[in-house]
Design a protein around this ligand. Sequence first.
Ligand code: C5P
Length: 227
Amino acid sequence: MQYEVVLPAAGSGKRMGAGQNKLFLQLNNKPILIHTLEVFESDDACTGIWLAVKPEERAYIQALLERYRITKVKGLPNGGKERQHSVHSCIKAMQQVEIVLVHDAARPFITKPIIARLVEVAQEKGAVIAGVKAKDTMKKVRDGIIMETVDRESLWMIQTPQAFRFDLLRHAEDVAEKQGFLGTDEAMLVERLGHQVHIVESTYENVKMTTAEDLIFGEAILKQRNN
Ligand code: C5P
């Protein structure tokens, strides 16, 4: 089953504290952005990549795409103020496809078997996201005081990719924009329409490069994979 993927890449990466877009930082001498792109470039089921970029970074990213021979990028629309705006900008630029994936450009360790499973479930059910079970004891805290210990069995930490039938995600994004609703992931926009969202168990390796220590994990994952 074929799909196209939206990769929001227009963040500022403040939490990384690198003073530049964190996606340009290198893991094993290659930019994080390219690690992520190569997963989709090498996946035969992926027929198009849409990258949301900052206008001032477009030329640099285009040069990276050429240098690393990434050929599947169909468009580089302007990103927006928030991640959701960046994703919406790509969705609006796309032609109708059956299945669309949204994946953080900052998660370079996603694997093809997980992508394939997400695409399969999206085709059948309409909406599905990747996640892992919470490992730690989880508590609700207010003003430094424990309010409640939450049953861990029902708690998942949500990642990307998130996969949807294209028309469902486009509708959910349009409604959210019209109502001024801002979510922290795409699934929230679909959930609030009353549509069921399914989950596929992913791996703890599919970490988002967010803070400086994530780069250490990232290097370690690559080293282990290359052994
Ligand atoms: O900041 P964070 O790592 O949570 O962002 C997740 C992804 O969304 C990153 O790949 C980042 O480049 C992208 N993003 C974006 N537009 C924004 C904010 C983040 O494309 N306004």
